[in-house]
Design a protein around this ligand. Structure first.
Ligand code: MG
Length: 177
């Protein structure tokens, strides 16, 4: 039986942090970033996609990334996080879900990445294109922003990366995009 949602438009936020270590690969929003450091993680460490998944799941009240893809599960060891995002999109769109729970369209997503270095400006466009393709939406619906923390805190010392994500979704039955 389908749940009712008195307010059609729904918002979600996501937050994630990963530590940086010399010699590991760095991938953000599905894009490989040349860097001397990369993310310590069970998966590929794409901290931006993890925050985005949590924003999308949060908007749909479907739990969080740790619930669906536990880091204790060897199936997710080293996994390409774009696959996790694709699974989250399938959950939201109701693909293969016979329960009749609401199916959602994504209105837009907005991501802020706090990283001291390298500068992410050259990669932002490719990140937006990559995420839009995985989410089956337009690039104009995907915003990716980057900031340093002016060398303050663990981000500023180059010890980690912090990401915030926001997602706005709407039931497909109510609005067609
Ligand atoms: Mg994570």
């Amino acid at each position: 039986m389908s749940q009712s949602y008195p307010c059609g438009v729904r918002i979600g936020n996501g937050y994630d942090v990963h530590a940086l270590r010399e010699g590991l690969p760095m991938r953000l929003c599905g894009v490989d970033i040349p860097s001397g450091k990369g993310f310590v993680a069970h998966s590929d460490g794409d901290v931006a996609i993890h925050a985005l998944c949590d924003a999308l799941l949060g908007a749909a009240a479907l739990g969080d990334i740790g619930l669906h893809f536990p880091d204790s599960d060897p199936r997710y060891k080293g996994i390409d996080s774009t696959r996790l995002l694709a699974e989250v999109i399938a959950m939201l769109s109701g693909d293969g879900d016979p329960s009749g729970s609401p199916r959602f369209s994504i209105c837009n997503v907005d991501i802020t990445i706090a990283l001291q270095e390298p500068k992410l400006r050259p990669y932002i466009d490719t990140m937006r294109e990559t995420l839009a393709r995985i989410m089956n939406i337009e690039k104009s619906q995907v915003s990716v922003k980057a900031t340093t923390t002016e060398r303050l805190g663990f981000v500023g010392r180059g010890e980690g990366c912090e990401v915030w994500a926001t997602a706005l979704i709407v039931p497909k039955e109510e609005y067609q995009y």
